[in-house]
Design a protein around this ligand. Structure first.
Ligand code: FAD
Ligand code: SF4
Length: 329
């Protein structure tokens, strides 16, 4: 499919309240498209790989903006830009894991424009799908990436079910590690979903990366104070340091008391269609010191049961090395 230099014509709505946005999104159904910062959206439109006729721009809704401290943690409006998130003093001081993850997205220009809501709701970057081919995820009956000659270096080594695409969101791993809650509004009311269940595997729904459906608007994200001020580690390995998606990333959070790890979360990105919690590693480190010996003793658990494709076998040892790096004091 050829790329175009200009955007197609779309009808644009700019509601001022979430209620109006929800009503519009509900009425437009599959013909409507929620627009946040546009950094994922505009690529789809310019390539004509998706062709919505109408957009609901959330940019004028004040209640979706900004970061607030609450009695039990932090509330982050879905339209908060990645730049504002990564520079917010409370996020930097108490939830540095999320600040760092947001700061690793793409480039300064994209972080100025891209929002946290758009970052978690963005679609996969599988080459074939983005070019508009009729693969399983696009409603067809083949996976082009999972063939003997398929380009699958960036794809999943866990949890594939016909589709082997991965979640591209850098902030998703940090949000799962921090036990965040995603708050969604629709015409049926408001529902709160743990970040770990917000992202969905192809076995659950092959055409959606998240639980969001037509008519849903992610209004904000809540961070509980459970992990505030913990020991954190974030690292993203990519081919380039800017403008590039993770080949593998890790978000780690640890509570260390009396020299030993009391609580731990480790979540890898870009190895599965959803952020992958390393539950065996989390269990294995409890009661151990955060040092080289612990790192070496648990790293292999990270990639247990991996099922690499032809060109992404490097991801399993990379996961193990990232776990080791996260655990070295
Ligand atoms: C060159 C390039 C490099 C990139 N590199 C990275 C990277 O390294 N890491 C990374 O994580 N991402 C990357 N991205 C992806 C993405 O553009 C950004 O992560 C950005 O944060 C997306 O946010 P947005 O507000 O621009 O989303 P939009 O494009 O406006 O929206 C993205 C999707 O989310 C939906 N959506 C947005 N907000 C809501 C809401 N509140 N409720 C319901 N649905 C909503 C939209 O309908 C759309 O489907 C890159 C993009 C580009 C173009
Ligand atoms: S990995 Fe998924 S998105 Fe990519 S070609 Fe296969 S089915 Fe399509």
């Amino acid at each position: 499919m050829a790329a175009h230099d200009v955007m197609p014509d779309v009808e644009l709505f700019q509601p001022l309240t979430v209620e109006d946005a929800v009503a519009l999104a509900e009425r437009l159904g599959g013909n409507g498209w929620i627009l946040a910062g546009g950094q994922d959206t505009y690529g789809w439109l310019k390539d004509r790989a998706k062709q919505p006729t109408t957009m609901v721009d959330l940019g004028s809704i004040e209640s979706l903006q900004g970061i607030e401290e609450t009695r039990s943690g932090i509330r982050i409006g879905a339209m908060t830009t990645l730049r504002d998130l990564s520079r917010h003093p409370t996020i930097r001081d108490h939830y540095a894991l999320l600040a760092e993850a947001a700061d690793q997205v793409a480039s300064p220009q994209i972080r100025n424009q891209g929002t946290i809501g758009g970052n978690v709701a963005q679609d996969t970057r599988c080459w074939y799908y983005r070019r508009g081919l009729a693969c399983y995820r696009a409603g067809g009956n083949i996976c082009y990436a999972d063939t003997p000659d398929g380009m699958n270096r960036e794809h999943a080594i866990f949890g594939a079910s016909r589709c082997v695409a991965v979640s591209p969101s850098d902030t998703a791993t940090a949000l799962v590690a921090l036990d965040a809650t995603m708050v969604i509004q629709s015409s049926n009311g408001t529902r709160s979903i743990p970040a770990e269940r917000f992202f969905v595997s192809p076995a659950v729904n092959i055409t959606h990366m998240t639980v969001l459906r037509d008519g849903d608007i992610l209004t904000h994200i809540e961070l509980p104070d459970t992990w505030a001020g913990a020991d954190f580690y974030f690292e993203k390995v990519a081919d380039r340091n800017v403008w590039d998606f993770a080949l593998v990333s890790i978000a780690g959070a640890m509570r260390i008391e009396g020299g030993t790890i009391r609580q731990a979360r480790f979540v890898c990105g870009a190895v599965e269609c959803v952020p992958r919690r390393l539950i065996e590693v989390e269990r294995a480190v409890i009661g151990k010191p955060r040092n080289e010996a612990t790192a070496n003793s648990v790293a292999a658990l990270a990639s247990r049961d991996a099922q690499p494709l032809n060109y992404n076998q490097f991801k399993a040892p990379l996961m193990e090395n990232l776990v080791k790096r996260a655990l070295r004091a």
